[in-house]
Design a protein around this ligand. Structure first.
Ligand SMILES: [Cu+2]
Length: 316
């Protein structure tokens, strides 16, 4: 819509043009209303300027007029709310078939891991026309992952996973910014998102140094950190079986329930005493300070992979 108009960045994601329409509507409405008020000010101040032969006359109000100027703004504002809420929900609910990338913000760089394990720093290569979900966390202070061309911008917070999704619609290279002041080199915390044809993306992935896929890395950690000694899915284990669990609801000892998701897994690893699974003793040690954010992501990827794995015949 605005390709040749440099005030706007490229519109390169599936909802970019709808964000722009909403923005444009708001701007137009504001401009029209302001212009109307300006005209009224000029007209009324000329027409009713002070004159010797005319005194001010008090008006007692008019019901039709009151209804008119209450109803029109009400309809407009509720309409804008509904429009924006619909778009907002769409931007917050990722489709089920997203490719999942992990993003770690750190003073002052973006560390990115592909679903297949490849890693990159300050660049993100993605295929065009595929929904992409970024699961993000910070190693230090608050950052913010901002790609204007996709109209996405979300805080990246220490100790908390946030996510955003988008579907790139145009091949090209787009700016990536950190949009939360995060220290001296905040302005250098920039990068690019490179959108490629799916075949090119596959070729690019193939050309990257073979890195461990996150599930495999997580499995190795699961053994090295001795998680396996308690979570081995065998009989008489001190910890719960983690197979087929991710995405399910967990009953807690305090009578509440919680969704077994990324955040729950992370809390279980760092603050095991926080949420005790019902029927188990709080014997799990904390791994706070022993694992990096990347390693936690790998452990999560592994625990997640167990969701579709019944554990039959799995003896390590
Ligand atoms: Cu930053």
């Amino acid at each position: 819509m605005f390709e040749d108009f440099s005030l706007f960045p490229d519109a390169a994601s599936s909802y970019a043009s709808r964000v722009d329409s909403l923005y444009l509507f708001l701007c137009t409405m504001t401009a029209v209303a302001s212009f109307g008020i300006l005209c009224a000010v000029v007209f009324l101040s000329v027409r009713y300027r002070r004159r010797a032969d005319r005194a001010a006359e008090q008006l007692e109000g008019s019901l039709p007029l009151e209804i008119f100027w209450s109803a029109i703004p009400a309809v407009l504002f509720v309409g804008i709310f509904a429009w924006a809420a619909k778009l907002y929900l769409e931007m917050y609910r990722e489709p089920a078939d997203c490719m999942e990338f992990y993003v770690t913000g750190k003073q002052w760089m973006w560390k990115i891991q592909h679903p297949t394990g490849q890693r990159e720093i300050n660049t993100l290569h993605i295929p065009v026309g595929r929904p992409v979900k970024l699961t993000m966390i910070s190693e230090d202070v608050i950052h913010d992952f901002y790609v204007p061309a996709f109209r996405i911008k979300r805080d990246v917070v220490p100790g908390l996973y946030t996510s955003e999704w988008f579907e790139a619609t145009k091949v090209g290279t787009y700016h990536l910014f950190c949009a939360e002041y995060c220290g001296t080199k905040h302005s250098e915390m920039i990068g690019s998102v490179i959108v490629m044809e799916p075949a090119e993306y596959e070729a690019w992935l193939g050309g990257q140094p073979a890195s461990q896929d996150p599930v495999e890395a997580g499995r190795v950690l699961f053994e090295n950190l001795r998680c396996v000694t308690c979570h081995d899915a065998g009989k008489n284990q001190r910890g719960p079986d983690l197979h087929g669990r991710f995405g399910e609801t967990v009953g807690l000892a305090n009578g509440t329930t919680v969704l077994f998701d990324e955040a729950y897994t992370r809390t279980s690893i760092l603050e095991p005493k926080h949420d005790i699974a019902v029927g188990f003793e709080p014997v799990m040690p904390t791994y706070e300070g022993q694992v990096t954010e990347t390693q936690i992501q790998q452990l999560i990827a592994y625990v997640k992979s167990l969701a579709t794995d019944t554990g039959e015949g799995q003896q390590k």
